[in-house]
Design a protein around this ligand. Structure first.
Ligand code: HEM
Length: 400
């Protein structure tokens, strides 16, 4: 067991020049065993679960809680407990009750019905890029607008407000933002969603938020909780996918053999396998799945005590050689479908069919329509999101 003095700080730094690989210190911990300890910003020392099999077992274990308001929860930042973001940070049965109210639009069938509209959004944005000046920042011109337009359409949020919600969600997922700034950003988003729900109560449309007004009317859901769900879906719906588009493009540009395979294929199965492999390889939600033990749990000859915090480091879980042979190689032809980039267990990503479809459309269109796409800066000049709970790039200058 590691002595107190040796417990490393978490999050850990990535190696210079290796923007796609998890921190080497974390990978070294994984090689030592499935369970270790780390030190957080508040001095607490939760367990760190490093290996794929143990991470999945614990994420599916009913003795494990996601409730951020419980003492001992390993919060990534101060004051998180005072600003819980809807059901992602709750336990069943309340988590399941709220999640059930918004599952229907995310089923594979409903998402597939949206594919032609997403293809149009993607093609229109590529047309605009091709008609405009170059170099261009792929994040602002393409990676951010694609999922933002899609989630706005699905929720019934006016896209004209995108600067407002993108600015606030940027603060919310920035680990280095002051607690007061984060609280203010959640507050503004809640007020915005609450007002929008008020309008939809008076004048419902054919969108997810209007659907929620029906359960507000029956008294099954308060307007306050509905606004919280809206904030969760709005943030989760665009931040993650946007980072996968930009960082995925950068990873492919840095692996030209893989980019050529993807660009030259007409096989939707290879496109889909590329999406899964990039999700595994990049694992953008690299802050770990944060949990708390409700009972004593034995693992690898040690006891995780009731009340102990746990972090499942899914980024290195996705690089576990026992689950993925030669894990540090990007190989779009491998079967990576069992990755944990969308988490595992009851909190597994609700939006994954939508994210998968958006990424399949993007990865099958962008490189075919702009075959000479290339970086317009050195890799060392690209600003990576080392300070965010979602990893990616702040900007990506490209040309063709
Ligand atoms: C590539 C894109 C995405 C990635 C990598 C991703 C990743 C994740 C992960 C890892 C979790 C599990 C959190 C945990 O267990 O603590 C999660 C949950 C969630 N995601 Fe996603 N996500 C993506 C896209 C989306 C989209 C497009 C939506 C749609 C609105 C969405 C909505 C949600 C929601 C609502 C939850 C909470 C589920 C629950 O607690 O039951 N995500 N996501």
């Amino acid at each position: 067991m590691t002595s107190t003095a040796e417990i490393p700080e978490y999050p850990m730094a990535r190696a210079k020049g290796c923007p796609f690989d998890p921190p080497p210190a974390l990978q070294a911990k994984q090689a030592e065993g499935p369970l270790t300890k780390v030190r957080l910003w508040d001095g607490s020392t939760p367990w760190m679960v490093t290996r794929y099999a143990e991470q999945r077992a614990l994420l599916a274990d009913p003795r494990v809680s996601s409730d951020i308001t419980r003492p001992g929860y390993p919060s990534p930042t101060p004051l998180n407990g005072a600003a819980p973001i809807s059901f992602i940070l709750m336990d069943d049965p309340e988590h399941a009750r709220l999640r059930r109210m918004v599952t229907a639009p995310f089923t594979i069938k409903r998402v597939e019905a949206m594919r032609p509209a997403v293809q149009k959004i993607v093609d229109d944005l590529i047309d605009e890029m091709l008609a405009g000046p170059k170099p261009v920042d792929l994040v602002t011109a393409f990676a951010l607008p694609v999922p933002s337009l899609v989630i706005c359409e699905l929720l019934g949020v006016p896209y004209a407000d995108h600067d407002f919600f993108q600015d606030n969600s940027k603060v919310l997922i920035n680990r280095d933002a002051a607690p007061e700034q984060r609280m203010a950003a959640v507050g503004r988003l809640n007020v915005y969603l609450n007002d929008l729900l008020g309008e939809k109560l008076a004048n419902p449309g054919d969108d997810l938020l209007s659907g929620l007004t029906e359960v507000i009317r029956t008294g099954e859901l308060s307007q306050h909780d509905a606004a919280g769900i809206g904030v969760l879906l709005l943030i989760a719906g665009h931040e993650t996918t946007a980072n996968m588009i930009a960082l995925g493009t950068l990873a492919l540009l840095e692996n030209p053999d893989q980019l050529a395979l993807l660009r030259d294929t007409a096989d939707p199965k290879l496109v889909s396998s590329a999406v899964e492999e990039l999700l595994r390889y990049l694992h953008i939600t690299h802050n770990g799945r944060r949990r708390l033990a409700l009972e004593d749990i034995e693992l690898d000859g040690q006891i995780i005590r009731a009340g102990d915090g746990m972090i499942m480091a899914n980024d290195i879980g996705n690089r576990d050689p026992d689950a993925f042979p030669d894990p540090d190689r990007l190989d779009i032809q491998r079967d990576a479908r069992h990755h944990v980039a969308f988490g595992f267990g009851v909190h597994q990503c609700l939006g994954q069919p939508l994210a998968r479809m958006e990424l399949q459309v993007v990865y099958s269109r962008l490189y075919k329509r702009i075959p000479t796409l290339r970086l317009a800066a050195d890799l060392e000049e690209i600003p990576f999101k080392h300070d965010g709970s979602v990893y990616g790039v702040y900007s990506l200058p490209v040309t063709w």
